[in-house]
Design a protein around this ligand. Structure first.
Ligand code: GRF
Length: 219
């Protein structure tokens, strides 16, 4: 049975689109996007929901946290949501939602976590003259970009500028997010009390792919 997936967005929605494309292109996809949740009524990415007849629920952040949490939980219940994929959702998910979907809520973040949680990762990586950057896909916990990491793509920085670096990483985000969400939905990648499992194997470190880059420094 496919997992009913809710995708949470706030902005552009390229990862939302890639999740949609994957499900359209592969009939054995183990998730089905049945809902898009946004905290921003003007999120450009909402167009992908319209184009694909996916229901949208706009639930802007509220000063009363409990009320906001209840609204989200009721909404997820109504659509019988089994799994959440955060895709550029800029608000911190309420605690009750994190608890209810523990092990079934994932996020994608443009850095090699635990390094560079939060915003402006590409700029900070370049300013700090890091040699490597990348992306992480992780289970969501109560912190900001702190949950157990499942998968990473490691990209060499090699003196490329912030714009290009962010574009390169976004391409890998869009490629790999659907694959990992699919494996989590299948139960092949899972969160257990002692860590992240790939089927029956406890991962000692995140699954990672290293992208080879031209090394400009040696030219
Ligand atoms: C991505 O870089 C994602 O890793 C981060 O927010 C950005 C969202 O991009 N969490 P998009 O809206 O999916 O295009």
């Amino acid at each position: 049975m496919k997992k009913n997936l809710a995708v949470f967005i706030s902005g552009r929605g390229s990862n939302f689109q890639s999740l949609l494309d994957y499900q359209k292109q592969w009939e054995n996809c183990s998730y089905e996007i049945v809902l898009c949740v946004s905290d921003n009524p003007n999120a450009p990415g909402l167009v992908h929901a319209q184009d694909n007849d996916i229901p949208v629920e706009v639930i802007p952040k509220m000063s009363n946290k409990t009320e906001w949490e209840t609204k989200i939980l009721e909404c997820l219940e109504r659509y019988n949501i089994g799994m959440i994929a955060l895709a550029g959702f800029m608000s911190i998910i309420p605690h009750g939602v994190v608890e209810r979907y523990k092990g079934w809520c994932v996020n994608i973040h443009p850095s090699l976590l635990p390094k560079y949680p939060g915003l402006n990762t590409h700029r900070r990586v370049i300013e700090n003259k890091e040699k490597e950057h990348g992306l992480s896909i992780h289970f969501v916990d109560a912190g900001i970009d702190t949950g157990p990491v499942i998968f990473q793509v490691i990209v060499p920085v090699n003196g490329i500028d912030e714009v290009i670096l962010s574009q390169v990483i976004l391409i890998y985000e869009n490629w790999f997010y659907p694959l990992v969400v699919n494996e989590v939905a299948l139960g092949n990648l899972s969160l257990r009390p002692d860590g992240v499992y790939n089927r029956q194997t406890l991962l000692e470190r995140p699954i990672s792919i290293s992208v080879q880059g031209e090394n400009n420094e040696t030219k």
